[in-house]
Design a protein. Structure first.
Length: 289
């Protein structure tokens, strides 16, 4: 008689497969890295095959892992769909969501639309600010949950995804060749700013900042007109701008985690449902990429 598949093991497998990292999957699932490793091992034992090939730098799916991956995502989707339909309820109240300037109109836009369509009774307040400012607002209780960009490492939040920070400039632009290097970082509290300027200093590149006024549209205009370059997450770069390759003119930039933070353990159903929409929305976007 066939064994039943534990959906928690399947969910862990999918998280590891999509991130190619036990650490990132552990952050996303709020588990220890050891627990994730044990769950993957248990699933491999249940199925009688190796799902991941391991090397020094990352993980990759084996042929058996590839076979399981697509079916596993469909299984989880059906599981979540059944749960939603069978536990359908009305969600009301108010949710105050904090989102960084660069994410609100890009990867979080479809999530916001889907949530407001699913729960029109919820009064959604949107706060846009830099990630450090959102963290302060969350600590004060001014917002209920926030999506925050943070350097890789320990976090009190839930890691949704990891993105590469890239240099961005105008098409066929020359701003990146100027010295001092003109850089626009949207706001002086931008989460990227300290590491970007540290990378420039480490490579001995003189720099000056432009238009750090909290207006992302002003930054986009500044970059489009080749007055400056900026640093954004790769998925947020507009199609009419260029990603600039690091090298002699520009240093390599680090990756950043996009983390979900909730204000407290006593969250309203509307807040918890918004967190679920954000989590599932980013998962679908990663799957489609």
């Amino acid at each position: 008689m066939p064994q039943n598949l534990d959906t928690s093991l399947i969910r862990t497998f999918v998280a590891v497969a999509e991130s190619a990292s036990m650490t990132a999957a552990a952050n996303a699932l709020n588990l220890t890295q050891g627990a994730v490793s044990q769950q993957v091992k248990r699933l491999e034992e249940v199925l009688g095959c190796q799902l991941f090939a391991r090397d020094r730098r990352n993980l990759r799916l084996t042929a058996d892992g590839e076979r399981l991956f697509g079916k596993a995502k469909r299984l989880l989707g059906l599981n979540d769909e059944i749960w939603a339909e069978m536990t359908e309820r009305t969600v009301t109240g108010r949710v105050r969501l904090g989102v960084p300037y660069d994410l609100v109109g890009t990867i979080l836009s479809p999530v916001l639309k889907a949530y407001t369509e699913a729960w029109p009774q919820v009064d959604v307040s949107l706060v846009c600010a830099s990630s450090p400012d959102l963290a302060i607002a969350l600590g004060k209780g001014d917002i209920d949950l926030a999506v925050i960009e943070e350097p890789l490492g320990p976090t009190k939040g839930e890691c949704l995804t990891i993105e590469k920070l890239v240099w961005v400039g105008a098409r066929a632009g020359v701003a990146h060749e100027k010295r001092p290097l003109p850089v626009s970082m949207v706001t002086d509290t931008c989460a990227f700013r300290p590491l970007v300027l540290k990378a420039l200093d480490a490579q001995g590149i003189a720099w000056r900042t432009l238009f750090e006024n909290g207006n992302i549209e002003a930054t986009r205009a500044t970059v489009r007109t080749d007055l400056a370059i900026t640093a954004w997450l790769a998925s947020t770069v507009p199609a009419d701008l260029d990603i600039l390759a690091p090298g002699a003119a520009l240093p390599e930039l680090p990756s950043f985690a996009i983390n979900l933070h909730l204000a407290s353990a006593n969250n309203s159903p509307a807040t918890l449902e918004f967190a679920r929409f954000i989590r599932d929305g980013l998962l679908r976007q990663r799957s489609a990429a």
